[in-house]
Design a protein around this ligand. Structure first.
Ligand code: ME8
Length: 511
């Protein structure tokens, strides 16, 4: 088999507050892609982690009476717990305080300087600590940061600058040569027009911030936290596996996922940094939208966050993964609420999928002593499985994750319709129609098994349980996403409810 290395990344999250559903969202989306690719036998490296330097962490640490290191150790651990709780299968969890990362940042900055892209100057202007970003007056409606609603501070300091302006033409050339570099297309346009509007050089260091990576040639300055953070995507490959440099194998990233809040950093500054140091550019940036609560972006600074741990405790991890990809079309913005989780959980996971499995296993138990009959999948369902398998794969490749889910759900619905249309309980009363009943039962069992394969990347907890209940081997590989792969004679196991009814929805302000 041709094995194509696949490197996929999420942003590394700020550790100045608790992880929320917005962070879980990007991590889950990347994980669905990583799991799908592994199902196909691809060689995947999935990277996520935490962004730990910068003034805002130092400030929160001081407020809590901790050293910055103590503070980031604790809060990075909370992000790692979130990552594990959503069943993400990252190959490495990077922390920007890792010695391997910091050494890489220093080497990279030195390369930029050696290549003539760095000079000393004076920065004077406005800085939002929340964004860790420099702002121009005209970009601050009412003088306030558009993301944080706070007043940026006036800064004047001697800094080292990165010659971003020199990369305007090369970036434009890259954008024009590859209209799919940034997805969706509207974000490509936005980034391109920003570049076309002219690029100013940017500070790559800060004089007054101690909590960061010292510049190798001027240790009284630390690396501007965004440069430090962006470099995680490259540094990780150099030290994730001790004694081994994975850069050659995985670079450049196939997909880098992020929301539009950090578009400019990733679609302008990051590729310029890479060009300046002689790296190949990422193949694709996927800029998804915002999860909103009552029409406002959910964010820790606005205090309107939904808690991924609470959803997982109440409904299970698959419910969270399913809900986030289903309720908001991946790419666009969308409102979320605990009530909507509750509704979709019952209507779709419990009724459509959970009930289907229960009915199928119960009917085979009742009418065929729990043994999958020797028959062939009905052609209509076999065709639906073939179509869905092609369509799910195509959509996942393009990170059209909601469309991928929809494509798999077509088979779930077809199977439910088959139960209603063919009413096995009526067939069971007519011994002359035993063959027909065999076919219907086989089709239902085999089709439900195929759904488990199609949905395994989104529902990693339930899919193996579905396979176990159907007496299917737990092989989840994509080659099994075809009809007639369930062996006749397989023994059905009693399936507890996959998605038990939950009486009490989660409450709270965010509802
Ligand atoms: O920006 N809707 O970290 P961050 C959708 N450390 N996605 C959301 C979201 C929402 N309401 N809220 C957060 C940083 N996200 C930097 C990144 S990368 C080199 C450095 C997700 O903790 C989304 O992926 O503010 C967004 O881009 C990211 O979290 C921002 O995380």
């Amino acid at each position: 088999m041709h094995v194509q290395p696949t490197f996929i990344t999420t942003p590394i999250y700020y550790v100045n507050a608790q992880p929320h559903l917005g962070h879980a969202y990007t991590t889950i989306a990347a994980d669905v892609y990583a799991r799908h690719m592994r199902q196909r036998g691809e060689d995947v490296f999935f990277l996520t982690g935490t962004d730990e330097h910068g003034d805002k962490n130092a400030r929160v640490a001081a407020e809590q009476g901790l050293t910055p290191q103590q503070f980031v150790d604790g809060s990075s651990a909370a992000f790692r717990r979130m990552t594990n709780a959503v069943l993400a299968t990252q190959d490495f969890f990077i922390r920007t305080t890792d010695a391997g990362h910091m050494a890489f940042v220093q080497r990279f900055l030195q390369t930029l300087k050696d290549n003539g892209h760095v000079y000393e100057g004076v920065y004077e202007g406005l800085y939002c600590t929340g964004c860790e970003a420099f702002y121009k007056e005209e970009d601050l409606p009412g003088g306030l940061c558009p993301d944080h609603g706070t007043k940026p501070e006036w800064l004047q300091e001697s800094n080292w600058f990165f010659r971003l302006s020199a990369f305007q033409e090369p970036l434009l050339a890259h954008y024009d040569a590859d209209p799919a570099f940034v997805r969706p297309a509207a974000r490509w346009n936005e980034a391109r027009s920003f570049i076309a509007g002219g690029l100013e050089d940017v500070s790559l260091s800060r004089a007054s911030i101690e909590w960061g990576v010292p510049l190798p040639w001027a240790p009284d300055q630390t690396c501007y936290v965004w440069f430090d953070a962006l470099l995680n995507y490259a540094s990780a490959l150099t030290y994730a596996r001790p004694g081994e440099d994975l850069t050659e194998r995985y670079w450049p990233p196939r997909w880098q996922l992020l929301a539009k809040d950090i578009l400019k950093f990733h679609a302008v500054i990051w590729p310029a940094m890479l060009l300046a140091a002689g790296y190949a550019l990422p193949q694709r940036l996927m800029i998804h939208g915002y999860l909103t609560v009552r029409d406002t972006k959910m964010s820790k600074s606005l205090g309107n966050v939904l808690d991924p741990f609470a959803v997982i405790d109440r409904y299970g991890v698959d419910a969270l993964r399913y809900y986030l990809l289903r309720d908001v079309r991946f790419g666009g913005d969308g409102g979320i609420s605990y009530d909507a989780v509750h509704e979709r959980y019952h209507a779709e996971l419990a009724n459509d999928l959970g009930n289907l499995l229960n009915r199928v296993t119960a009917m085979i138990g009742k009418y065929r002593d729990g043994i999958v009959p020797d028959a062939q999948c009905e052609p209509g369902i076999a065709a639906a499985i073939a179509l869905a398998s092609e369509s799910v794969a195509r959509h996942v490749h393009a990170l059209e994750l909601t469309e991928a889910l929809d494509a798999a759900w077509v088979v779930v619905r077809d199977l439910n319709r088959l139960v209603e249309d063919r009413a096995p309980w009526t067939l069971a009363k007519e011994p002359a129609r035993a063959d027909e009943l065999d076919t219907v039962l086989y089709t239902l069992a085999d089709g439900t098994r195929a759904c488990a394969i199609l949905l395994a990347a989104v529902l990693p907890d339930s899919a193996p349980r579905m396979l176990a209940a159907l007496g299917a081997s737990d092989a989840l590989d994509w080659g099994q996403a075809v009809a007639n792969a369930l062996p006749a004679g397989a023994r059905i196991a009693a399936a507890g409810p996959l998605f038990p009814r939950i009486e009490e929805p989660l409450g709270g302000d965010a509802n």
